[in-house]
Design a protein around this ligand. Structure first.
Ligand SMILES: Cc1ncc(COP(=O)(O)O)c(C=O)c1O
Length: 379
């Protein structure tokens, strides 16, 4: 059972019940337009990652702006995207287990579906599921370009696996998955450039090896919000998978851009709205937003409008604000807008997006309520 909606379209922001996941629709539109314009200038496909937003409503906005489709990490996300009208979904991950594979293959009856592999047994299981469902599934061989998560070694191991994919009539080899997650949050552009240079070298080696083996490789997919400009400049990636750019969390705001200044190319569009529920002493306030509404795995959240306030010591339902260095202190009953430390797992805690127009102006109001349709632990 989803929770009740925290507001209704037309409500002023002040009437939204807390804690609530707030989407600044103006900032969201700008972020989507900025990435779409980058893709069309650089002539590279944008396939945004739905692991961030888990929402067909937002996916459709990205596609209307020019995105070629969506990525996701889980079959459950792909199911929600396809049900929401997305016709081209890449699961940028390895899917293992008959139940999941049968669900994935069933989707390929209704949409173009791709998936990643890094083991011959995984290829065989995916091919069998596709055969049982009488569908064809696109396959990217994932290579490890420095993340040390999934993926085969670049070069001959990838060629051998690509050959194995090609031998399965129910699969279509489409190319390489080459995402370098560890590079995304390296703080300086120079560090990220160095990491992606070595990822690009690994991709080029593999691309050449495939070519020598007579295997066509039309797609090289990867990149995230921290490095997409670098993969785009490589000349070898054909498709970018940024996710967080659409919301911009506090952790990404700690990156610096190519000019050495804070990375502000995308604006904060996602907030948790919380209420000050206790002010036990001067300089300390407590808000109704703790671990169950804010993920702190990538560091603490920050407050949008109260410079000097420090969010700390989250408990399940409480967050403590140290206001000793804050000149503009919120009082009991006041609402505060909190920028999450890490957007994806924060979104996964909520049932509803409250889409707000005019958040930066005098009269912010609710325009849309969207479900976080693919939330939850289900894989
Ligand atoms: C495979 C893959 N591609 C793309 C992304 C998107 O990265 P970001 O949210 O940093 O833009 C992720 C994020 O974890 C990912 O795992």
């Amino acid at each position: 059972m989803p929770q009740p909606q925290p507001a209704r379209p037309g409500d002023p922001l002040a009437r939204v019940d807390t804690p609530a996941l707030i989407l600044d629709l103006d900032a969201l539109d700008r972020n989507i337009a900025e990435m779409a314009a980058f893709g069309s200038r650089q002539r590279i496909a944008i396939r945004p990652h739905a692991k961030t937003h888990k929402s067909p409503d937002i996916a459709l906005l990205q596609i209307a702006a020019g995105a070629v489709g969506q990525c996701c990490q889980k079959v459950s996300e792909a199911e929600v995207l396809v049900a929401g009208g997305i016709g081209d979904v890449l699961v940028s991950n390895e899917i293992i287990g008959t139940a999941k594979l049968d669900r994935l293959a069933a989707l390929a009856r209704r949409a173009r579906i791709g998936s990643c592999v890094d083991h011959r047994d995984g290829v065989d299981a995916l091919a069998s599921a596709a055969r049982r469902a009488n569908v064809t599934i696109d396959v990217l061989v994932e290579i490890d370009v420095g993340q040390r998560r999934c993926g085969v070694a670049p070069g001959e191991a990838a060629v051998a696996l690509a050959r194995h994919v090609q031998a399965a009539p129910s699969l279509r080899f489409r190319g390489l998955q080459a995402y370098h997650g560890r590079a995304q949050h390296l703080r300086t552009h120079a560090e990220r450039r160095e990491a992606i240079a070595s990822a690009v070298a690994a991709v080029k080696t593999t691309h050449l090896a495939l070519k020598s083996a007579g295997i066509d490789c039309p797609t090289v997919s990867g990149a995230g919000t921290g490095t997409f400009d670098l993969e785009a400049a490589s000349g070898v990636y054909t498709e970018l998978q940024p996710g967080s750019y659409v919301f911009m969390d506090a952790d990404y705001a700690r990156n610096s851009g190519a000019d050495g200044k804070p990375f502000t190319r995308f604006g904060h569009a996602l907030f948790v709205l919380a209420t000050v529920m206790s002010t036990p002493e001067a300089g300390r306030a407590v808000v109704d937003a703790g671990h169950k509404v804010l993920s702190v795995d990538s560091g603490m959240p920050i407050l949008r409008d109260h410079a000097g306030a420090v969010y700390q010591r989250p408990a399940d339902e409480h967050g403590v604000l140290d206001l000793t260095a804050c000149n503009h202190r919120p009082g009991l009953g006041d609402q505060v807008l909190i920028i999450p430390g890490h957007c994806d797992p924060t979104v996964n805690l909520h049932d509803w997006y409250v889409g707000v127009r005019g958040l930066a102006g005098r009269n912010p109001h609710v325009e849309a309520i969207w479900p976080v349709a693919a939330r939850g632990a289900h894989f």
